[in-house]
Design a protein around this ligand. Structure first.
Ligand code: UDP
Ligand code: MG
Length: 191
């Protein structure tokens, strides 16, 4: 399997780029944020639980997120691989992911981080709020908190995979097409 982690702060373009990568490389896109929003939209118990945290820009507890992700991976035993977007978000989740994949005789192939300046991120998210309908996009306080959580808990996931020589950083600044081309180049060089 080819398992890519598309990594980066909120608003760095992971979802947008993942859609393009999926098309080219025929991998399954798994966005834990999208999965939570689906559950929230249907008012399921999982969605209600997630909402308590998402509405504040905090991380949903690990056991909830890892359980949901594990179920999702199990749903596609025939998949050529996955593009993980928004997961893992801390070191515990990284270790859990490695275990889930090794149980499938697989592993993370590569983490690719999109590097975007903080003020650019805030502007992008506020802009996205106009169409996303996401409450956590519309409030600058919540956005700042998401960025803080990213810095305090998530950024270190890069180092975790870098120790295994599996982490790469590319610029997430510029046009969407420019960034897609950088990703294609990077991924083509791995595969
Ligand atoms: N979230 C989480 N764990 C995940 C994915 C999402 O806790 O694995 C929560 C968290 O509160 C985050 C929100 O969902 O702020 C939105 O996540 P998403 O990945 O959709 O936003 P992005 O970071 O792409 O802007
Ligand atoms: Mg996203």
């Amino acid at each position: 399997m080819i398992n890519l982690i598309l990594f980066g702060p909120p608003g760095s373009g992971k979802g947008t780029q993942a859609a393009r990568l999926v098309e080219k490389y025929k991998l399954m896109h798994v966005s834990t944020g999208d999965l939570f929003r689906y559950e929230m939209g249907n008012d399921t118990p999982l969605g209600l639980k997630a909402k308590e945290y998402i509405s504040k820009g905090e991380l949903v507890p690990d056991e909830v997120t890892v359980g949901m992700l594990s179920n999702k991976l199990d749903m596609y035993p025939e998949a050529k691989g996955f593009i993980l977007d928004g997961f893992p978000r801390n070191v515990f989740q990284s270790e859990a992911l490695d275990k889930l994949l090794s149980d499938k005789n697989s592993a993370v192939t590569q983490l690719i981080a999109l590097d975007v300046e903080e003020e650019e991120i805030v502007q992008r998210i506020l802009k996205r709020a106009e169409t996303s309908g996401r409450k956590d996009d519309a409030d600058e306080g919540i956005i700042r908190n998401r960025i803080e959580v990213y810095k305090n808990e998530t950024a270190i996931v890069f180092d975790y995979y870098e120790k295994a020589n599996k982490a790469k950083r590319i610029s997430g600044m510029g046009s969407i097409d420019e960034i897609t081309n950088r990703l294609f180049e990077e991924i083509d060089s791995i595969l």
